[in-house]
Ligand binder design. Structure first.
Ligand code: NDP
Length: 461
């Protein structure tokens, strides 16, 4: 039998790669993991974690405004970007260090280099030039921000990666895109007092989410001061003499801003990985094509996480990696079930969603019931804050099963995590209703929605 240097070689130490490496190493496998950046990947280094900390930071402006009605008098609050930025980066470094410690404790060898695939069982390190062989190779290289390279002046724009490190907080920013990243960064920047504009090519932001939730978030963002230009894209970006940028749009608008940011999607990191050397098949977006066990068409090569462009979320990458490790190293064949994965947008208001949207449920199931509750949380009423919460339950009329939960409002991401258990468990509306409320909470609305607002194929009331 051929002896390989390693049982598993993982390329990329993000959420997926680290989880697979740790589990495999703990099971006794000889594991190496290569990373040419800091350990932690997009989520820890330049995504979920620093983003959420910035969101927290941006929420204080509203808290300060609300505070007066609760009796608090504050001197005019001042914000220092450098303090927040540096504290966030310190936390990122701490977490990256923990990831490293955990990998080492599990017994995985960390190779600080960029690895390329040479053939189905061989990888080469770019800096050191060393090669090593492995029985299995796992591609967990994630993705990167799409930059519209054919746009004149694109090099003047930044991505979310750069946004975490800005030397100065801009006075104004225009963000291209209407997805997760655009909404979250618009929330952050505007909350921190930056004059923020979103330029979105279609009419309603957050494609893929429930239509009413999209409309609600769009109008709430606008109400809190974010400008949203729809039906337009950039045609050119120029640099002005004072260093500011001038963005030209297809609708003939011109926006003069301090910063331009692109949030128009992310592409899988497969370029320059040498996958073609092993004959690994990619899809038209450059993502590794895998089966339900995350195995590519080459039997010794697997891929997990954003590089496969399935559901591009950290917890999904972790579950795919775990399923891979269980299957290959722990004698427990597992395919991660991608159904009913909840997700959240940390916007203003935040969104939490799981399962089918109203439109999708109507198309897929035909007969549905829609329950809706819209209200001002009691905290906001006292504060004089106009922000309202919207909650929707989508129910399959035939089985009474709750097939979708959509929430836009404070703590929506926390609420939907719990609601996702009930959706995944296929609980019925009757079972939701049999659950006694917790009072006074916003979440109690989820078990108190008595009458549907729409049945079957009716349009919502
Ligand atoms: P999204 O896919 O969410 O959104 C991309 C946006 O850019 C859409 O509004 C899209 O418009 C628009 N767009 C796409 N191409 C162009 C173009 N050529 N010109 C102008 N606009 C364009 O991507 P993001 O970059 O926001 O995020 C990437 C992924 O990262 C997400 O899909 C998500 O999976 C993950 N993520 C998750 C987060 C979370 O869980 N909270 C946070 C951040 C990222 P249209 O709608 O018309 O297609």
């Amino acid at each position: 039998m051929m002896q390989y240097d390693y049982d598993l070689f993982v390329i990329g130490a993000g959420s997926g790669g680290v989880r697979a490496a740790r589990l495999a190493a703990k099971s006794g496998a000889r594991v190496a993991i290569a990373e040419d950046d800091r350990i932690g990947g997009t989520c820890v280094i330049r995504g979920c974690v620093p983003k959420k900390l910035l969101v927290y930071g941006s929420e204080f402006s509203q808290h300060f405004r609300d505070a007066a009605a609760f009796g608090w008098t504050l001197d005019a609050p001042r914000f220092d970007w450098a303090t927040l930025r540096d504290n966030v980066q310190n936390e990122v470094s701490r977490l990256s260090g923990l990831y490293r410690t955990n990998l080492e404790a599990a017994g995985a060898a960390i190779i600080e280099d960029r690895a390329e695939v040479v053939d189905a069982h061989t990888v080469r390190m770019k800096k050191s030039g060393k090669t090593c062989s492995a029985e299995r190779i796992l591609i967990a290289t994630g993705g990167h921000t799409t930059i519209p390279r054919d746009l004149k002046g694109h090099e003047l724009g930044i991505s979310s990666t750069h946004a975490f490190h800005l030397e100065k907080l801009p006075k104004s920013i225009v963000i291209a895109g209407g997805g997760y990243i655009a909404i979250e960064f618009a929330t952050i920047f505007s909350g921190l007092g930056v004059d923020t504009t979103i330029v979105y090519r279609s009419e309603q932001i957050l494609r893929g989410f429930d239509t009413e939730i999209r409309a609600h978030v769009q109008s709430e963002l606008q109400r809190t001061g974010v400008k949203i230009v729809t039906g337009a894209v950039f045609t050119e970006i120029d640099k002005l003499a004072d260093g500011r940028k001038l963005a030209f749009l297809t609708n003939n608008m011109r926006l003069e801003v301090d910063q331009v940011m692109f949030a128009i999607g992310r592409d899988p990191n497969t370029r320059g990985l040498g996958l073609e050397n092993a004959g690994v098949k990619l899809n038209e977006r450059g993502a590794v094509i895998v089966d339900e066990y995350s195995r590519s068409n080459v039997s010794s090569i697997w891929a997990v996480g954003d590089v496969t462009d399935r559901i591009n979320l950290t917890p999904v990458a972790i579950r795919e990696a775990q399923a891979f490790a269980w299957t290959e190293f722990m004698n427990k064949p597992t395919a991660f079930d991608h159904a009913d994965v909840a997700s959240a947008v940390f916007g203003r208001p935040p969104v939490g969603a799981v399962g089918l949207t109203e439109d999708d449920a109507r198309a897929k199931l035909g007969r549905i019931k829609v329950f809706r509750s819209q209200f001002r949380p009691m905290r906001n009423i006292l504060a004089g804050n106009e922000q309202r919460t919207l909650m929707k339950l989508i129910v399959d009329a035939a089985s009474d099963r709750v097939v979708g939960v959509h929430i836009a409002g404070p703590e929506a991401p926390e609420l939907v995590q719990v609601a996702a258990i009930a959706v995944k468990a296929k609980l019925t509306k009757a079972q939701w209703d049999a659950t006694c409320a917790v009072h006074p909470t916003a979440a109690e609305e989820l078990v108190l929605m008595g009458e549907p607002v729409a049945h079957d194929n009716e349009a919502p009331a």
